[in-house]
Design a protein. Structure first.
Lengths: 273, 193
């Protein structure tokens, strides 16, 4: 700016450097000495400091965190937020649906144990191509060339032996099941479900509390805003009324003055007569 | 452990996306504030902020560390702000929301702050905002970088690509205009000398 009465060298730049503390020691000392004698610069420095104080009041709106712009950054998988019981249920559902789609058919009749998959129902026939014999007289996996299904077929003559084996296997499985029942996934799922429910309830309560507090704050602020608006309007109305009254008073005053002048004229005229 | 920007940049270049996200978390607020104070529109400032980090991520392999990461980010953000101003072909207009964002205000309020103080503070903030919107872009940018981001005169000169003396002149002129504008308003007049 050139409309000042001070001729200090590089004045504008020096003032800015002084304000932001970016003068070197010599420059600062010189300018400090100058300020003692120059009221123009002193006032300007004080004024610009006041501007800086006001600038500190400018606050941008709050920013909600950006979503990660980087693809591939690790985030907790959605399944990690699903309760354990729901994961177990989903797994069971998946198995059920899979079995349905594969049309899994398990039979145990006079022909022995038979497990079949595939949609085209094949006639019970002796295995042809694709037979896989697992052991002599034991069950065989048979892939049917006509429908693509897979069958597990047992020989009737060996059925009795297989029944005994199956009974033994069943007993063993039951024993093992009982042993692991305490720590079975189902039991864990139930425990997880109960703890998960408690956690969910707790979260819901916290959310409700926060929501309530927010609403209360909002209401208080809205009321404050309304009060402020009403107050502003009231002040504006009062100003208008004052202004109008002032105009009326002026008009009255002018009128009274005219009346007085007329009376004076009349009085002087009557005195002359 | 707290990593420095440079360490996070090096890890990001090696393919660690989490490190870059850490940089985003660290710098999103300053970059958003810079964008908002430069262009004055909340939504656009958020877009500029997002775009800044996207561009930075894409250009990261080419970042040689010749400047501080923050300076590099500021440069990208400022260029985007300039593009925005040119594209819009208008002076940035600060658009305070129609209504006071009360929830935001409440969240930002000091516990001891009364509602009246809160509203007064917001009003003053808007006054400054409007006064800043009157400045030419170069002066506003210089003031924003100096006042709110604490850059040195030399850093600003390097960022915006102009001589050091020009930065000082822009600051002086901008502050002088602000002083005049703020002195016009009854609420700030008393504080202006």
């Amino acid at each position: 700016m050139t409309d000042t009465l001070c001729g200090y060298a590089n004045r504008d730049e020096t003032i800015v450097g002084f304000l932001y503390d970016e003068l070197d020691a010599d420059q600062r000392r010189d300018f400090n000495a100058h300020l003692l004698t120059c009221t123009v610069c002193r006032d300007e420095v004080a004024g610009l400091r006041a501007v800086r104080t006001q600038l500190a009041r400018w606050e941008p709106p709050a920013l909600t965190s950006l979503r990660s712009p980087v693809p591939g950054a690790s985030r907790p998988g959605w399944w990690q937020t699903v309760p354990a019981w729901a994961q177990v249920a989903a797994a069971l559902l998946f198995l059920g649906v899979s079995a349905g789609i594969a049309n899994l058919d398990v039979r145990y009749d006079q022909n022995g144990l038979s497990v079949t998959t595939g949609w085209n129902k094949a006639q019970p026939a002796s295995p042809k191509l694709g037979t896989l014999q697992t052991s002599e007289g034991g069950p065989r996996l048979v892939t049917s060339p006509s429908d693509g299904g897979t069958k597990l077929v047992t020989d009737p003559s060996a059925a009795a032996a297989w029944r005994a084996d199956l009974a033994a296997l069943e007993r063993q499985l039951r024993t093992e099941l009982r042993a692991v029942q305490a720590s079975s996934p189902a039991a864990q799922a139930v425990r997880a479900a109960s703890s998960s429910d408690a956690e969910t309830l707790r979260r819901v309560r916290v959310l409700l509390d926060e929501s309530e507090k927010r609403q209360q704050r909002e209401l208080a602020l809205r009321i404050a805003e309304v009060v402020r608006d009403v107050d502003t309007q009231r002040k504006a109305d009062l100003r208008n009324i004052d202004h109008t009254l002032g105009l009326v008073r002026n008009d009255l005053g002018v009128e009274v003055m005219k009346q007085r002048q007329s009376l004076n004229l009349l009085y002087r005229a009557s005195q002359r007569q | 452990m707290t990593w420095t920007d440079e360490e996070l940049v090096a890890k990001s270049i090696r393919g660690d996306a989490d490190s870059f996200n850490e940089l985003v978390l660290r710098w999103e607020r300053p970059i958003y504030a810079l964008a908002y104070r430069t262009i004055g529109r909340e939504e656009d400032a958020r877009d500029v902020c997002q775009e800044t980090f996207l561009r930075a991520f894409r250009a990261l392999p080419g970042f040689r560390g010749q400047a501080k990461f923050s300076s590099w980010l500021y440069r990208i953000a400022l260029n985007l702000c300039r593009d925005w101003i040119r594209r819009e072909r208008r002076t940035p207009v600060v658009q305070p929301p129609e209504d006071v964002d009360l929830l935001e205000l409440a969240a930002a309020a000091e516990p001891s702050e009364s509602i009246e103080d809160l509203v007064a503070r917001q009003d003053l903030s808007r006054l400054v905002e409007r006064a800043m919107a009157l400045l030419p872009e170069e002066q506003r940018t210089a003031i924003v970088l100096k006042e709110y981001h604490g850059l040195t005169f030399q850093e600003i000169a390097d960022l915006v690509g102009c001589p050091l003396s020009t930065v000082k002149t822009r600051l002086y002129q901008g502050l002088t205009v602000l002083r005049r504008e703020l002195a016009k308003n009854p609420r700030t007049k008393g504080t202006m000398l």
